[in-house]
Design a protein around this ligand. Structure first.
Ligand SMILES: Nc1ncnc2c1ncn2[C@@H]1O[C@H](COP(=O)(O)OP(=O)(O)OP(=O)(O)O)[C@@H](O)[C@H]1O
Ligand SMILES: [Mg+2]
Length: 330
């Protein structure tokens, strides 16, 4: 990995003016497929070097958004700016600035990984000698140098995905779009992809990543937009999203049994928001650490026998649930 330091520092992308501090600006995108509305006025901005997550359930509009941003699809309305370029007026410059990893893997099965990379690299006018060096480095990075001359049809799903991502990086894009790149692949490939993404992010690449896995969004993204039914319903840093609507962590305490007297005693020392459901007390707090010990001591003093305690932290799933009334995952 040491040798590869700086591998992806872009050299053909636009220099941004001092007064432009976004890399991507999306304004009021609308798109329908016939009568099926897919995007209802999507807007967001992504800063240079940001790892931006587009999180949403199946059919939310993630692929439609990414496809428009990567010039694969035209919107019905709206404007996209990438770097200093207007996507509609200057699609060629935009294409040179971006690398795209589509949801469906696009590779030639009858060709080897090396031949696939030569093909995809040559589409971007990378000079032949440079291309060979970049392919060698990229194959190392993705741990597939020893399999480079095997046909893609002999590869596992995870290996295909690694080559697919490698092919999007050969022209050293300043921005990388990735549409659910870890769905259905083995843990080893997934971890390797995560390592590469972390490295690219550290080197300053702007990454736009769609997923319906909240764990991935929580782990990697500087900022996240939550999309549902073609509408961005919330966006911000993880902490900003967690504070949406004053959401609180919950502590669920199950008791052996509860009398009304004990419930009253517990109620008097709890103070904050809480409710009883049969033998379970749900207490809502913005500070689990201090409230948990207070709660255990108080319950014991009230003479209640605790049999179980569960802490539900606020996460993106909770945020999504509170905004839409449904689960992020089907
Ligand atoms: N080619 C198409 N023709 C008709 N409707 C489409 C087409 N592509 C997408 N849609 C519809 O547009 C909406 C958004 O789809 P899109 O593929 O952008 O969602 P997504 O968030 O990428 O979903 P997934 O997580 O399943 O990939 C959905 O209602 C989908 O059924
Ligand atoms: Mg999709």
């Amino acid at each position: 990995m040491e040798l590869l330091q700086g591998l992806f520092i872009p050299n053909i992308s636009p220099t941004l003016n001092d007064n432009i501090h976004f890399m991507i600006k999306v304004e009021n995108l609308k798109k329908s497929y016939g009568d099926v509305p897919a995007l209802n006025g999507v807007s967001f901005e992504i800063k240079e070097g940001e790892f931006f997550g587009l999180l949403g359930p199946n059919g939310a509009g993630k692929t439609t958004t990414i496809s428009i941003l990567s010039t694969i699809l035209e919107p019905n309305e709206g404007k996209v700016t990438i770097g200093t370029y207007d996507l509609k007026k200057d699609p060629g410059q935009c294409k040179r600035t971006i690398g795209v990893v589509t949801q469906e893997i696009a590779l030639y099965n009858k060709l080897s990984a090396y031949e696939n990379l030569m093909f995809w690299g040559s589409l971007y006018d990378v000079p032949a000698d440079d291309l060979k060096n970049r392919i060698a480095e990229t194959l190392q990075l993705f741990g597939l140098a020893d399999r480079q001359h095997d046909k893609i049809e002999t590869y596992s799903g995870g290996m295909k995905r690694r080559i697919n991502i490698a092919s999007a990086l050969l022209h050293r894009p300043k921005v990388l779009f990735m549409d659910e790149p870890t769905v259905g692949i083995d843990p080893q490939s997934r971890n390797l992809i995560f390592e590469v993404l972390e490295k690219l992010h550290k080197e300053g690449m702007t990454i736009v990543y769609t997923t319906h896995y909240m764990e991935e969004a929580e782990r990697f993204c500087d900022r996240i937009a939550i999309i549902d039914k073609g509408t961005i319903i919330a966006q911000g840093t993880l902490n900003e999203l967690k504070n949406t609507g004053g959401l609180k962590e919950s502590i669920a305490v199950t008791f052996l049994n509860l009398t009304d007297l004990v419930k009253t005693k517990i109620g008097t020392f709890l103070g904050g928001e809480f409710k009883f459901e049969e033998n379970v007390l749900h207490s809502y707090t913005s500070n689990v650490k201090t409230d948990l010990s207070r709660l255990i001591i108080g319950c014991s003093e009230a003479g209640a026998d605790i049999v179980n305690i569960e802490i539900q932290k606020v996460n993106l799933e909770t945020v999504f649930l509170s905004l839409t009334g449904k689960q992020l995952r089907d």
